[in-house]
Design a protein around this ligand. Structure first.
Ligand code: FES
Ligand code: FES
Length: 156
């Protein structure tokens, strides 16, 4: 089945089974390997992308569901000015180590800050509860998000 959607700002079309996971279509058909597979069960957040601006685990989304919708991956997001603000905040707060979880976390933070530009610690923890990190303490990630919020990342 031909599935048409917007991917990182461009109209694309792919001929695949609509039940195929969005995660696999992004990696295998579009080479977007910044979208990582961790658990494959919707629990780790490493495969997070934005669907119409909201963070979703792409391992749980059948590609048929994105027909006519907007998908953004870290590859598209990294071209924005906001990405630089988030990245600098994560670096400054020491919230990146191996980096495996980072693309998914950045996408979740974008989704969180676009809805709530000045989240409390509790709201940040809740907003990132679907994203696991084996390396850094979550306190550093919370600090990074607060830093990004202070720099106005949620207001653009
Ligand atoms: S691989 Fe999708 S949530 Fe873990
Ligand atoms: S930085 Fe390694 S899993 Fe998060």
């Amino acid at each position: 089945m031909k599935i048409e959607f917007e991917l990182n700002g461009q109209k694309v079309s792919v001929d695949v089974e609509p039940t195929m996971r969005l995660l696999d279509v992004l990696r295998e058909h579009f080479g977007l390997i910044g979208v990582k597979e961790g658990c494959g069960e919707g629990e780790c957040g490493s495969c997070t992308v934005l669907l119409d601006g909201k963070a979703v685990p792409s391992c749980l989304v059948p590609v048929g569901m994105v027909m006519g919708r907007r998908v953004m991956t870290i590859e598209g997001y990294r071209k924005t000015k906001k990405f630089k603000v988030l990245l600098d905040a994560f670096a400054e707060a020491g919230a990146v180590q191996c980096g495996f979880c980072t693309p998914g976390i950045i996408m979740a933070v974008e989704s969180l800050l676009s809805e709530n530009p000045h989240p409390t610690d509790e709201e940040i923890r809740r907003g990132l509860s679907g994203n696991l990190c084996r390396c850094t303490g979550y306190n550093m990630i919370v600090n990074a998000v607060k830093l990004a919020a202070q720099k106005g990342a949620g207001l653009w």
